[in-house]
Design a protein around this ligand. Structure first.
Ligand code: ASP
Length: 584
């Protein structure tokens, strides 16, 4: 028997017992007469004690153990002199009678402690060592718990988990596909699913009624902290539902997860905000509503006073940063620097200080009187002591820049507390969005999303104004899930493909199987998918989804531990009739 107990469970009530533990040497301290070792396993850390006077041989042996050696010890549980009340086992230690070295270990390339000295790349290369650290282990435990709670909630709601294939044909989620060559069908390729979208709809045609799957999806996109080429979704679909049925069911799931995992209860339904309101008040379709600081449109108020910068643009908008009128020149310069960074793209910043004494000071005093500025302040419901920050330009990009500025100010003012969760639904998305580059409409969600019935007539005349039965769940400025009520009528689906610029042949070739299925009695249906990695990282209070994935890829899409992707040998290529043409 390797162990009678784990390293996380012995307490004062076990004093006097003889126990056997196995684990890793986390740290050892040599205090002359005594040597102490912290022995670690998945469950915790237990202190081992060796006495030079009573057992010199064993003490010498203990001193020679290196970090991360795997050992087994047998000894007696004793009460500690200097207790550590911060850890569950902190009141006891084991006086060891016997040690067996189960395995030696090389010196690890970084310290395996909560605060490690290892940079991200080295930790990814030795991920199995990184995963020994408590914060990593906790994140994986949280992930496992959330998956189990998801399954238990959804199965209680009569959802069944169905696996869908991984070697498929392109799915239209708007990213590039990963493709896999087929040996048996020379010259042809499978695509990896960007989502199981078409399959879950086919399961509804099959009469499955309520489906879910915790499933890997693959999208070949440029990577960021919250993106990985392969990621996990909680993918769901329901038949005979309207938008409200879907929202209520999945609000239930998210509330259940918060309660079961974080002991956090939400009263009442999550707020619902239209896409238009989100864009005009927050400049963003995933608003962080932990704080206000809403965007205000100042265009008509500020134009026509001779200030060219404002007069020559489509849109002037701003935010009001509460209590920031005391900002120094340097702080204002830093904000200007922030908004004019290429990623944010503003041309400049106009600021107005609404001083505590009620007077105004601004960067546009030459053009606007204190009475004018008073009107601006009223627009924001500003109070003395507040600071107005104003940007101007094309509408979309100005709102976008204001949204970034709002988040930055929220951060600076400590309004984005990671322990506070503010979920909402964003609804009434446009069905289509115009793409300047390709000069055609794209589906904002995906081509199977149904238009609102009252807007169907506009599909031919005014496609940009058609609203969709589509919704996103947003928590703290993160889009954690999104879905829609689907088109279940073959003709409407065809009309949608036309609006997207597909010829009938193209639509038939790519999605003929689905349109065909719709001719065999497709029920009305709709669904949603949650980004599981994002949800876990949000619950864990972590910024990067990499920290909640056991074996993630780096920013270049590489797994540096197993060194993938890598070249394949010529025989394998020949079998697939493939040739690699080197790019210069
Ligand atoms: N397939 C969609 C996505 O991956 C979600 C859905 O519409 O259910 O975003």
């Amino acid at each position: 028997m390797y162990r009678t107990n784990t390293c996380g469970e012995l307490t004062i009530s076990d004093v006097g017992k003889t126990v056997t533990l196995s684990g890793w040497v986390q740290r050892s301290r040599d205090l002359g007469g005594m040597t102490f070792i912290d022995l670690r396993d998945r469950y915790g850390i237990t202190q081992l004690a060796f006495n030079m006077e009573t057992n010199a041989g064993l003490c010498e042996k203990a001193r020679k153990l290196g970090r991360e050696f795997v050992i087994q010890v047998t000894g007696k549980v004793e009460e500690r002199h200097s207790k550590n009340m911060n850890m569950p086992t902190g009141e006891i230690e084991i006086f060891v009678d016997a040690i067996t070295i189960l395995n030696k270990a090389e010196i690890p390339p970084f310290t395996i402690e909560d605060d490690t000295d290892g940079g991200e790349e080295i930790r990814m290369k030795y991920r199995y060592l990184d995963l020994r650290r408590e914060p990593m282990r906790k994140a994986m435990e949280l992930r496992s718990k959330m998956a189990i709670e998801t399954r238990s909630f959804l199965s209680a709601e009569k959802f069944i988990e169905v696996e869908t294939p991984v070697l498929i044909k392109s799915t239209p989620e708007g990213a590039r596909d990963f493709v896999v060559p087929s040996r048996m069908n020379n010259g042809q390729f499978y695509a990896l699913p960007q989502s199981p979208q078409t399959f879950k709809q086919l399961l509804m045609v099959a009469g499955f009624d309520r489906y879910f799957q915790i499933v890997k999806c693959f999208r070949d996109e440029d990577l960021r902290a919250d993106r990985q080429p392969e990621f996990t979704q909680i993918d769901c679909e329901m038949a005979f539902v309207e938008q409200d049925d879907v929202l209520n069911t999945f609000e239930g799931l998210i509330k259940h997860l918060f309660m079961a995992v974080m002991d956090e209860e939400f009263e009442g339904p999550f707020p619902r905000m239209s896409f238009d309101d989100a864009m005009s008040n927050y400049g963003n379709d995933k608003p962080d509503i932990r704080f206000g600081m809403r965007l205000r449109d100042l265009t008509s108020l500020v134009q026509g006073k001779g200030f060219k910068v404002f007069d020559s643009v489509e849109h002037v908008g701003g935010i009001c940063a509460g209590g920031c009128a005391s900002y120094s020149r340097k702080q204002l310069d830093a904000i200007t620097h922030f908004v004019t960074k290429p990623q944010i793209g503003a041309k400049g910043l106009v600021w107005v200080k609404y001083n505590e004494d009620g007077s105004f000071k601004s960067s546009v005093d030459k053009f606007y009187t204190p009475e004018d500025l008073q009107k601006w302040a009223e627009k924001f419901n500003a109070k003395p002591g507040d600071l107005l920050l104003v940007l101007a330009g094309e509408k979309g990009s100005t709102r976008n820049a204001l949204s970034e500025l709002r988040l930055e100010m929220g951060e600076q003012l400590g309004l984005r507390n990671k322990k506070v969760f503010a979920p909402l639904w964003v609804v009434d998305f446009p069905l289509l969005e115009w793409d300047e580059e390709t000069q055609r409409y794209h589906a904002m969600h995906h081509p199977f999303t149904s238009p609102k019935p009252e807007d169907i007539d506009k599909m031919k005349t005014n496609p940009g104004e058609v609203r969709a039965n589509a919704y996103d769940m947003v928590i703290n400025g993160v889009e954690v899930g999104g879905g829609s009520i689907r088109i279940h009528d073959q003709q409407l689906q065809q009309q949608m493909f036309q609006a997207l610029g597909f010829s009938d042949e193209e639509a038939q070739e790519q999605f003929g199987f689905l349109m065909n299925a719709f001719t065999y009695g497709a029920p009305p249906h709709g669904g949603i998918a949650f980004g599981f990695d994002r949800l876990v990282s949000l619950f864990a209070g972590l910024d990067s989804i990499r920290d909640v994935i056991a074996f993630p890829k780096n920013n270049a899409g590489r797994d540096i531990m197993i060194d993938s992707p890598s070249a394949v040998n010529k025989d394998a290529l020949d079998e697939l009739s493939l040739q690699v043409v080197k790019k210069d």
